[in-house]
Write a protein that binds this ligand. Structure first.
Ligand code: FAD
Ligand code: 2HG
Ligand code: ZN
Length: 503
């Protein structure tokens, strides 16, 4: 699916809404001057792009959800690592705060300035450097769009090890920096496993060359892992080496409906048992999610005549033998039916039906934004208790305009809990009914308050719900070591009390 940003009119209405309020500007940071802009212009030379006009800056200042809006006066778009290094070394010297930005599809306010930080966008760093068809190793710059990489690999019989609804806009550097999960994590694992090497520019401009293409390397600490999921707070990822699997030639997608969440889990268990090595995705959505997608996303059709069951699932297999895989899926469906778990089900007969099934599942996020204000939560929970959070939230939040929806990567224990309010604007009483309840509920079950979207600005002060004090303290020390002046993505990820003074 090619993702288009929501029209500015829609997001404009929603801009605000930040749990915990916007942190005050840290006045240790210098303000951008004309001389700074002139320096950036010279550092970029002819290739790069500098954006300083108000209209052009809008897209850099506002996040995809329209919840967060900053006020940068300059976006710097370099084309090379050397340019990134020059810009960062200068900003560090001047104590100018910098926010790294990829495709700006992040959902926690990490990719946009909070105040007047310089935006360093990787959008002009989109070169594919090499691909080895024997090892499946891809080397590229960080600004490559995920979908473009996958199209490139498809022509060479390979696939990207991750896939997500924002693939038409998100960049691989952003994916690595958020440790994005997505719909194929069940099959290919997390980016901590697929990233073989990274090139990172540190806050002082030093280029840290961890750009190896080795499957095995046990020489000391695996430093690249620190930058995977650091959300731009430790360095700017400029290039990488990724292990890409062979592209499956047979993909079977089925869409099922069932009566209860325990039935969803039972079907998941049967899918693992019967589909084993070819299973590539197990996603679920509740009726409220399905209805929202169908109401607000023109062109998406319900794959089933049944639109009243409380739960829907998308089960995908990816393999190399169509007959074998189809047989397996049919056996699996027969087993699900004979266990009395299925209300209805459809197996896609062609790629257009399969892609419609995926659009239903992946369309929920955009549909919610179109419906009104969204309060978005992304939690990891023990499977057995996962959906109880949605049910409890419904009891806490009655009201005609409110719709509580639950969907996500059931195969990974990752629930996307979204509270949609058709009234369209942040309401304090709604926010207070959700937070801190949702975080406490998750902590009580030793879950994670961010399964895959990160902490960004939205949850920086909430890290302790999922991490012990010692871990937070060590994170603060790592930040201080790698970014002593604290210029990289300030106000994000770490709570204010562990961030060192700097500058
Ligand atoms: P941005 O949004 O630009 O940035 C994200 C964070 O990374 C920011 O903190 C930014 O400062 C930092 N950053 C970006 N580039 C760099 C860099 N080169 N170096 C250092 N730091 C950098 N996420 C999932 O995990 N799974 C999903 O299934 C999923 N589905 C989505 C569906 C939709 C419709 C949308 C809108 C979003 C979805 N997301 C999902 C969230 C988002 O797409 C991911 O977090 C994605 O990885 C962000 O990539 P980006 O290039 O847009 O990064
Ligand atoms: C997905 O899985 C994304 O579709 C977005 O992670 C989830 O919108 C959300 O809450
Ligand atoms: Zn997700």
């Amino acid at each position: 699916m090619l993702l288009r940003r929501t029209a500015p009119g829609v997001v404009g209405r929603l801009a605000r809404g930040l749990s915990g309020g916007r942190p005050p500007r840290d006045d240790k940071f210098a303000r951008v001057t004309q001389e700074d802009v002139q320096y950036f212009r010279e550092a970029l030379g002819a290739g790069g792009r500098l954006v300083t006009d108000r209209e052009g800056l809008q897209a850099f200042n506002r996040d995809w959800l329209g919840n967060f809006e900053g006020a940068t006066s300059v976006a710097v778009c370099p084309t090379s690592t050397q340019q990134v290094s020059k810009v960062l070394s200068y900003c560090n010297e001047r104590c100018l705060a910098v926010v790294p930005q990829g495709g700006n599809t992040g959902l926690v306010g990490g990719s946009v300035p909070v105040h007047d930080e310089v935006v360093l966008s990787t959008s002009a760093m989109d070169n594919i450097i090499s691909f080895d068809e024997v090892s499946g190793i891809l080397n590229c710059q960080s600004g490559c769009i995920l979908q473009a990489l996958d199209t490139y690999l498809a022509e060479r019989g390979h696939t990207m090890p991750l896939d997500l609804g924002a693939k038409g806009s998100c960049q691989i550097g952003g994916n690595v920096s958020t440790n994005a999960g997505g719909v194929r994590l069940l099959r290919y694992g997390s980016l901590h496993g697929s990233v073989l090497g990274l090139e990172v520019v540190l806050a002082n401009g030093e280029v840290l060359d961890l750009w190896q293409s080795l499957r095995k390397d046990n020489t000391g600490y695996d430093l690249k892992q620190l930058f995977i999921g650091a959300e731009g707070t430790l360095g700017i990822v400029t290039g990488m080496s990724l292990l890409c699997p062979a592209r499956p030639t047979s993909v079977q997608v089925s869409f099922l409906s069932c009566k209860s969440f325990p039935d969803v889990l039972h079907i998941f268990r049967l899918a693992k048992q019967h589909l084993g090595e070819v299973l590539s995705a197990v996603e679920f959505l509740d009726r409220e999610s399905l209805v929202t997608a169908l109401e607000h996303m023109p062109g998406i059709r319900n794959p089933l005549p049944d639109g009243t069951s409380p739960f829907y699932m998308l089960v995908e297999t990816s393999g190399s033998s169509e007959t074998h895989d189809k047989n397996k899926v049919e056996e699996f469906l027969a087993e699900v039916m004979s266990a009395g778990l299925l209300v209805d089900g459809a197996l896609a007969q062609d790629t257009s039906q399969a892609s419609n099934m995926w659009r239903v599942r992946e369309g929920v996020t955009e549909a919610l934004v179109r419906r009104g204000k969204v309060y978005k939560y992304d939690v990891s929970l023990p499977l057995a208790e996962m959906y109880a959070l949605v049910e409890e939230m419904r009891e806490r939040l009655p009201g005609d305009s409110i719709r509580v929806v639950g969907y996500g990567h059931v195969g990974d224990g990752n629930l996307h809990l979204n509270i949609s309010d058709a009234r369209g604007k942040e309401r304090q009483e709604v926010r207070e009914a959700i937070e801190p309840f949702v975080y406490e509920w998750t902590r009580e079950r030793r879950g994670s308050i961010s399964a895959e979207h990160g902490l960004g600005l939205m949850k920086a002060e909430c890290i302790r719900y999922s991490k012990p004090e010692a871990a937070v303290r060590i994170m603060g020390a790592v930040k201080k070591m790698l970014d002593p002046k604290g210029i990289l993505n300030p106000y994000k990820v770490l709570p204010r009390d562990v961030v060192h003074e700097g500058c």
